[in-house]
Design a protein around this ligand. Structure first.
Ligand SMILES: [Zn+2]
Length: 205
């Protein structure tokens, strides 16, 4: 019994080591978020190291997405980002979550893929140069609440200043390719310029 248990334990270790390569040779550009942003850092939600490496990029755009799946009120966001990371690595063979930031229904930001690496996509645009923000939920159905909107604005203000992103390059996924993302109820605020205008108001004159 004892030796049998040991065999299973070792097999699991070998299997997991083979299925998800761990690359230690990657760099993470750590961001110094302002205090008013509520950010759950990678170390605090159980982020796993990158499962591969990509050429690094320079941010010159900010692109907003939604999860595209309804988000029930009792869903745990930490569990959600952990599962999304596992799915991204195992099913999609991506190095990490496709987005750099995930925002939950309370407007809390979860740090995801390190911003110095381009994101990933199921569609046909090139995400190199884009800082990718994803709102958890499906905004074809759900509406954007005040906490989420406040966080989108404040995170975008921070990224615009940090990376010198022009306001005209704050867009939605569907501005680049055929998709419903980020959902009509979120996209309307990009299309009518609300988000860009509120970001501009917050920038130093
Ligand atoms: Zn998208």
């Amino acid at each position: 019994m004892k030796s049998g248990m040991r065999y299973i334990f070792i097999s699991v270790l070998i299997f997991s080591a083979c299925s998800i390569p761990i690359h230690k040779e990657f760099e993470v550009l750590e961001l110094n978020f302002p205090d008013h942003l509520q950010v759950v850092r990678r170390a605090d939600w159980g982020w796993k190291p990158l499962a591969g490496i990509l050429p690094q990029h320079e941010i010159n755009k900010i692109t907003i997405h939604h999860g595209g799946v309804d988000y029930p009120p009792d869903k745990d966001p930490v569990e959600h980002v952990r599962k999304l990371q596992d799915w991204s690595r195992k099913e999609k063979k991506w190095i990490d979550i496709p987005y750099h930031f995930m925002i939950d229904p309370d407007g809390v930001i979860y740090e995801a893929r390190p911003i110095n690496y381009p994101g990933a996509t199921n569609t046909d645009y090139d995400p190199a140069g884009h800082a990718l923000i994803c709102l958890m939920g499906n905004f074809e159905n759900a509406t954007v609440n005040q906490s989420q909107m406040k966080t989108i604005i404040e995170l975008t203000v921070y990224l615009v200043e940090r990376f010198n992103v022009p306001l005209y390059d704050i867009k939605g996924h569907k501005d680049y390719t055929e998709t419903l993302c980020p959902g009509k109820n979120l996209y309307q605020y990009l299309e009518n310029g609300t988000i860009q205008a509120r970001v501009q108001e917050r920038l130093p004159k």
